[in-house]
Design a protein around this ligand. Structure first.
Ligand code: RM4
Ligand code: MN
Ligand code: MN
Length: 424
């Protein structure tokens, strides 16, 4: 046991007084502090099974050691995160990087940490060693029907794996597209992809969702067949009520107004879920909130507003997942940072005085509207997030406890310095 309740209690005890004094102004003045804390306790963010090791770029990879060698060890890592922050209560699996060969045992192991299984992800962007046909020129869009068949069957297989674990959604991200003008008939590529997705959709259990994830570029650099929210929305609409768009924050062209995209998709009942990360240039997959925290807040501002307008449950009605890569940080520390950044943005969005904002908008009071948003964004909500963690049984300062317990060194001694996790 890397972390037991004794460690947690001692850690929290040492920090309790300081925490209480930081929380005190909230309990007196702010009427909805209690509601925000409760919402934070309920809000869980799924950890990607493909991001528990060190990520690389096409130039190199610099593993830090102690990486999980199996799905079991990945679950242990997510379990550790959840024990620390009580906000990472789910794991999102990528197949075939993580095939649950013994679903029962995997499920039991996850349950022992209080973890559920979020969306399962298919992979037709790489060729596997045992694979008959290549995805070099696409998968669901491929000109050859037998390649499309193989990709469809893989997706259905992923759904079956997910069913055995209690997942309720599949995320389909396609690298399909073209690298050069002339390579692809756009209309045919769209139609073939749609027909392939329809076959996968037909295999969905009744209570499942399909998330169609878009990406503007990479690995294809001239066109992507699901390249933007418009095309994802089109596929999702044509597929039916169980299909939704998934927004990955790093998958837009530079400077895209993601919060506006989110608002419209939500209004149209076609927003399904999120892949959180941050970026400066492209699909950088950096820690959530590390580059553009104001953007993250503005996205949550639309999420809270749009979900409330439709009477949705913040915690359960959308898929909340991280999709990140960690080139220079300890992956577990990085994930703790991402989860906290997401919680902070969510709490700040809950603080926005919505009635006053609508009033300012109706009066074209631009200054007031900006002030209202920035007032929430500039509020330090960390005591609320810490209080939510404390009430849920987590650590007041998860990162500090992770370091205090020397977790990485222990993982290296258990698993070895040269282990490499499957994934990004
Ligand atoms: C893609 C996309 C997918 C993720 C893969 C690994 O860029 O973000 O969601 O599954 O990377
Ligand atoms: Mn993604
Ligand atoms: Mn990505």
């Amino acid at each position: 046991m890397l972390l037991d309740s004794l460690h947690l209690d001692q850690h929290n005890q040492q920090r309790l007084e300081r925490h209480q004094s930081r929380l005190a102004p909230w309990t007196g003045d702010v009427a909805n502090a209690e509601i925000i804390i409760e919402k934070l306790v309920a809000f869980q963010i799924a950890i990607p099974s493909w991001a528990l090791g060190t990520g690389g770029t096409r130039f190199g990879r610099f593993p830090g050691g102690g990486e999980p060698r199996s799905l079991e060890e990945k679950i242990d890592d997510v379990g550790l995160l959840h024990t620390l922050n009580r906000a990472s209560g789910a794991i999102s699996l990528h197949i075939p990087w993580d095939i649950p060969t013994d679903a029962k045992a995997i499920q039991q192991r996850a349950a022992s940490y209080g973890l559920a299984f979020d969306a399962v992800n298919s992979n037709t962007f790489q060729d596997q060693a045992d694979q008959n046909l290549s995805y070099k020129f696409g998968s669901l869009q491929h000109v050859d029907a037998t390649v499309r068949r193989q990709a469809i069957d893989h997706n259905i297989d992923v759904i079956r794996h997910g069913e055995a674990l209690g997942s309720k959604a599949i995320t389909v991200w396609l690298s399909d597209g073209s690298c050069f003008p002339g390579q692809l008939n756009f209309r045919q590529a769209f139609q073939r992809t749609l027909e392939s997705l329809q076959e996968i959709y037909a295999a969905l259990p009744n209570d499942w969702k399909m998330f169609v994830e878009y990406k503007a570029f990479e690995p294809n650099f001239y066109s992507m067949t699901v390249g933007d929210w418009g095309s994802s929305y089109l596929y999702a609409s044509k597929l039916g009520p169980k299909a939704y768009t998934l927004v990955d924050l790093g998958h837009h062209l530079p400077n895209a107004n993601i919060e506006q995209i989110v608002a419209i998709l939500l209004m149209e009942e076609k927003l399904g879920g999120f892949h959180f990360n941050d970026s400066k240039y492209g699909d950088d997959d950096l820690t959530a909130g590390s580059i553009k925290p104001y953007q993250l807040f503005l996205i949550f501002n639309e999420l809270v507003d749009g979900m409330d307008a439709r009477g949705m449950n913040h915690a359960t009605d959308l898929g909340w997942m991280i999709d990140a890569s960690h080139n220079v940080k300890d992956p577990l520390e990085d994930l703790l940072q991402s989860v906290e950044a997401i919680q902070i943005a969510y709490a700040q969005a809950l603080l926005v005085d919505r009635a006053a904002l609508e009033e300012a908008r109706e009066e074209n009071d631009v200054v007031k509207a900006q002030e209202l948003l920035q007032d929430a964004f500039r509020t330090d909500v960390r005591p609320l997030v810490a209080e939510a963690r404390l009430r849920a049984g987590g650590a007041l300062d998860p990162l500090a406890l992770f370091r205090q317990l020397d977790v990485r060194r222990k993982l290296i001694s258990q698993r070895g310095a040269k282990t490499v996790a499957t994934g990004l």
